[in-house]
Design a protein around this ligand. Structure first.
Ligand code: M6R
Length: 602
């Protein structure tokens, strides 16, 4: 979502903050800005709606090399339009203080009215501006910036990660509440950032600000105030592999490379986790209670992570016959929770505000929470009872691809390991699930090779189609959902998924001559009727994952039962189609409009 960087050191602070900001730009890219203090005590303030790279020229022209403290921000708009005026850093009435903010201030309107009445002048439409004026009020003579920031945030409601710069003293101060912020010492300077990825190449380890911690970085070094009154920060975290940016490989975009990496990612997950399945070692190693002591499973996620959760739910439900629900995190507050429920919270970033909020609202006497994430130091990981890293490696494209594969496989390994010692599953069936699991990397590789030319051709055929349907049944439905999500996210065309049996109850009215209808074929014979209903109306069916032979012109279904998590490899051609269509329509496939990689507002 929005990204924050800050640096304090001997020289070129604005340049350091800008370079770090560039590494965060894929997370939110509506506008960007830098504010800095020059060694002579003057300030520098540059903002743009043209991307972080365009900050370089103006920064150089205005004496970037002589700066000793700087803050930077890349914005994903919530309140106020995408304009230079609304870009952060935001300044106070005097031009002395600057603030960058991630999150949402829910009571900004009330605070703004009070501050206006007190004589403050507002220059933007954004909720964040109240923070800098509250700080202006709190920074009384003789008081440190950190103490002033602690007072300034007291009336705020909502979520925030904030870094403030005092251009008079050159001090920086940061605080967080429900939004991530980290501190790192690079040896030749100190950084604050909303994501370790911003500064990963410059540091060996980092510390995380817990909710309501306040840090001050000034000429005396670092001062840390914890919410409980202590001044000792919690332990250091090593820089995770996911924080290091990946290359685009042979593609011009990260997404293309990330799709191609999926067989290797699948192999990595299976090599690491599968040895702990049959004897339940993987499950026990997570510190979870035996599955026999759990009555219900609830998987929680948003977007693609929710779809991954739905696939994982298949392993607990279809295979283990456990009552299992998959829940949209932003709606989970309306749920009634049964006791002894295992909650599996799934998020590649581990910073999704909807997930974190859902966890806050779980009943205190409920069951354990397992975090399944690609970021083991994330807020989600730190709040869960148990954590499993999905080992996807860095994913830069906003559209989740390899993290989806990694999440599904990691969750399935955990589920199978938990079920292995319960006696709930027939041993022959269990063995066939294990075989399907270990065959996944090859199935993904085959899907890549088989479907690539077809998807390129289809993207050309369907480039003028205004809407798309994705159909599936049972275990195939989740992949239909994922295909529709990828397509709308990347191409900006309407796409919806439906259980194929529902077609005749309404959605069939959408089908006309030439309407593209993707069918995820998991071998369910009833799909033949669904497909016939579409073709009878002129719809163009693209069947993915076909398990049907034609004998004398008649369909003969192969008697093959797919695994409990459904035909995972079918997602590959759907990802490829979405990307190919988007490229044909000249969309930025790595940074689709209006979206962000890490959604830190709820
Ligand atoms: O970081 P998370 O996995 O929690 O993100 C959840 C969704 O925002 C995310 O999966 C989103 O739907 C993807 N960009 C879709 O490709």
């Amino acid at each position: 979502m929005c990204g924050i960087t800050a640096y304090r050191g001997p020289t070129a602070a604005a340049g350091r903050a800008r370079v770090a900001l560039e590494r965060l730009e894929y997370r939110g890219y509506d506008s960007a800005g830098i504010a800095a203090r020059r060694a002579d005590g003057t300030s520098l303030h540059v903002r743009t709606v043209d991307g972080v790279a365009s900050l370089s020229g103006p920064l150089e022209a205005r004496g970037m090399d002589a700066t000793t403290a700087a803050i930077g921000h890349t914005r994903w708009a919530t309140h106020g339009g995408v304009t230079e005026q609304n870009a952060h850093p935001i300044e106070d009435c005097s031009g002395r203080l600057f603030v960058v903010h991630n999150g949402i201030i829910e009571n900004a309107d009330v605070l703004r009215a009070d501050l206006l009445a007190a004589g403050h002048r507002f220059a933007t439409e954004v909720d964040s501006e109240v923070i800098v004026h509250l700080l202006e009020q709190a920074l009384r003579p003789g008081r440190g910036l950190g103490d002033a920031l602690a007072e300034a945030v007291r009336p705020l409601e909502g979520s925030w990660a904030i870094v403030a710069l005092d251009t008079r003293s050159g001090a920086l101060a940061g605080t967080a509440h429900g939004s991530p912020l980290i501190y790192a010492d690079a040896g030749d300077g100190m950084y604050l950032a909303s994501d370790v990825g911003a500064v990963a190449p410059m540091i060996d380890d980092f510390r995380v600000l817990e909710d309501d911690d306040v840090v001050q970085l000034d000429g005396d070094g670092l001062r840390w105030h914890r919410a409980d009154g202590s001044s000792r920060p919690r332990g250091r975290w090593p820089v995770p592999q996911t924080a290091l940016l990946a290359s685009t490989g042979r593609h011009r975009d990260h997404m293309g490379n990330e799709i191609d990496e999926q067989p290797a990612v699948a192999r990595r997950v299976i090599d690491a986790l599968a040895p702990g399945i049959s004897d339940g070692r993987l499950w026990r190693g997570l510190g979870l209670p035996p599955l026999d002591g759990i009555d219900h499973v609830a998987v929680l996620g948003c977007g693609t992570s929710l779809n991954a959760g739905r696939a994982i739910a298949g392993a607990f439900g279809r295979l283990g016959a456990m009552p299992t629900r998959s829940l949209i995190a932003s709606e989970a507050g309306h749920e009634v929770w049964e006791p002894r429920t295992l909650v599996i919270a799934i998020s590649q970033s581990g910073e999704t505000a909807d997930i974190l909020r859902a966890l806050e609202r779980l009943p205190r006497d409920g069951g354990p929470v397992l975090a399944l994430t690609n970021n083991a130091s994330s807020s989600l990981a730190r709040r869960a009872d148990a954590v499993i890293d999905c080992l996807a490696g860095p994913e830069i494209g906003v559209a989740a691809t390899k993290t989806f594969i990694a999440q599904v496989l990691t969750g399935v390994c955990v589920a199978l390991s938990g079920l292995s010692t319960t006696g709930r599953v027939d041993p022959n069936l269990f063995a066939s699930e294990l075989r399907a699991l270990t065959a996944t990397p090859d199935a993904l590789a085959a899907a890549l090779e088989t479907w690539r030319p077809t998807m390129t051709a289809l993207a050309s055929d369907f480039s003028r189609a205004s809407g798309f349907l994705f159909l599936g049944r049972g275990g195939g439905l989740v992949y239909a959902a994922e295909g529709a999500l990828k397509l709308k996210e990347l191409s900006y065309r309407w796409a919806e998924h439906q259980p194929a049996g529902e077609l005749k109850h309404g959605p069939l009215a959408l089908v006309d001559a030439g309407t593209p209808v993707f069918v995820i074929d998991d071998g369910d014979p009833r799909l033949e009727v669904d497909i016939a209903e579409v073709t009878a109306r002129g719809g163009r069916v693209v069947r993915i994952g076909e398990r049907v032979l034609r004998v004398g012109g008649l369909p003969l279904h192969l008697p093959r039962r797919g695994p409990s998590w459904g035909p995972l490899e079918t997602v590959v051609p759907l990802q490829m189609f979405a990307r190919e269509l988007a490229l044909r329509l000249h969309r930025d496939v790595d940074k689709p409009r209006n979206l962000a990689k890490s959604v830190t507002v709820s």
